[in-house]
Design a protein around this ligand. Structure first.
Ligand code: SF4
Length: 360
């Protein structure tokens, strides 16, 4: 399957607009991002897992192992899987009742209309599936998905993900959003995307218009480092926000990218200044060959605790673990209640809570 991932398909002229996107080890050598003697080792990785580096992200890389380069430049370690890593860490496949749909929670489900992304993150939990060959649902497959949602009144929210739904043309994205919004019991739509930071020029007025619907639409923006919020990215987010679409931030805790209290603080402050509410900080999912990004949960809890009292509560996301095997997300952040009578403040000092006394 992976050999087919290397050939970009002509999804639409929108998908092909970013022709300077780097897609091969040779492109990385030509761009000066890797030395020629690393070409063959990187080419072996790129033959296994899709690679793409947009001009917007390329412009932010100062060294190949800096917090931006690390996210997108392949590394030979990706071909070595740790024993706890699996190809489908959160069981998307097992929980897919119909092509393109994943149903994990009672009141909501995912729709993956395509598997193309603007960039391919080296830590992606769907890395065995995403790639430039498309994975684009046909019109018949989309109609089947709409019928599946329409037949289940318990589904109140549809989350468009992929791949990246903003890699669709405005016409196709608008048609999908309109079809879902027309289902009476669907109350809410959510779109998960990397595009506003990775390829902000794709967020045209037409693409932003396509997300306007008769039902509330929320946009969850995936970003992992403060530098990703460039002026172009902020302008792209602004084009979406002015259309009444609230913005949420979604990040992954990653070694060498954002694994310090300072980096996380800068990231969440950058989100807020771009009018993006930090929503989730994800513990890394154990996808194959991603161990170099792993940060232990205990360390993550300490990092989050270091932000308490130091940054506004608006900047605090929920630190979550997607339990391997498809058992859903749970919060794993620090807690402050030692017992019913004892609570710790942000500095770690304990305080006894007065128990309400019975009225006299
Ligand atoms: S944009 Fe999202 S789906 Fe695509 S490679 Fe990155 S993490 Fe995976």
């Amino acid at each position: 399957m992976l050999s087919t991932l290397r050939t970009p398909i002509g999804l639409t002229h929108y998908a092909m607009r970013s022709t300077p996107t780097l897609r091969t080890a040779g492109d990385l050598v030509a761009a000066g991002l890797i030395s020629p003697d690393r070409h063959d080792a990187i080419a072996a990785v790129e033959g296994r897992y899709a690679m793409a580096l947009t001009p917007a992200m390329r412009a932010l890389i100062e060294q190949s192992d800096d917090p931006i380069g690390r996210q997108f430049i392949p590394d030979p370690a990706e071909l070595i899987s740790a024993t706890h890593e699996t190809s489908d860490p959160i069981a998307d496949d097992a929980l897919s009742p119909i092509k393109g749909v994943v149903h994990r929670y009672p009141d909501r489900a995912l729709l993956k209309p395509l598997l193309v992304c603007p960039v391919y993150c080296r830590f992606c939990f769907r890395r065995e599936h995403v790639g430039p060959d498309g994975g684009l649902l046909t019109e018949d497959e989309l109609q089947s998905a709409y019928r599946w949602f329409a037949d289940r009144p318990e589904i109140r929210e549809v989350i468009l993900t992929g791949g990246d739904p903003l890699m669709l043309s405005p016409r196709r994205l608008g048609a999908i959003i309109a079809a879902l919004a027309a289902i009476p019991h669907i109350e809410l739509l959510r779109v998960h995307t990397r595009v506003p930071t990775a390829d902000p020029s794709r967020v045209t007025d037409a693409l932003a218009d396509a997300m306007q619907a008769a039902k509330p639409v929320w946009l969850a923006v995936h970003a992992n480092h403060a530098r990703e919020f460039t002026s172009q990215a902020r302008a792209a987010l602004g084009r979406i926000l002015v259309r009444g679409i609230p913005l949420l931030g979604q990040s992954v805790l990653l070694r060498g990218v954002n694994d310090s209290a300072e980096a996380l603080e800068a990231l969440f402050r950058a989100m807020l200044s771009a009018r993006v509410k930090p929503y989730y900080l994800h513990q890394l999912d154990p996808a194959p060959g991603t161990a170099r990004f792993h940060v232990p949960i205990e360390e993550g809890r300490r990092l989050l605790a270091a932000l308490r009292g130091r940054v506004t509560g608006l900047a605090w996301p929920t630190y979550v673990l997607d339990i391997p095997g498809g058992h859903g997300k749970v919060p794993v952040g620090p807690d402050y209640l030692d017992s019913e009578d004892q609570v710790r403040d942000a500095s770690g000092h304990g305080h006894r809570l007065a128990r309400p006394s019975p009225p006299v």
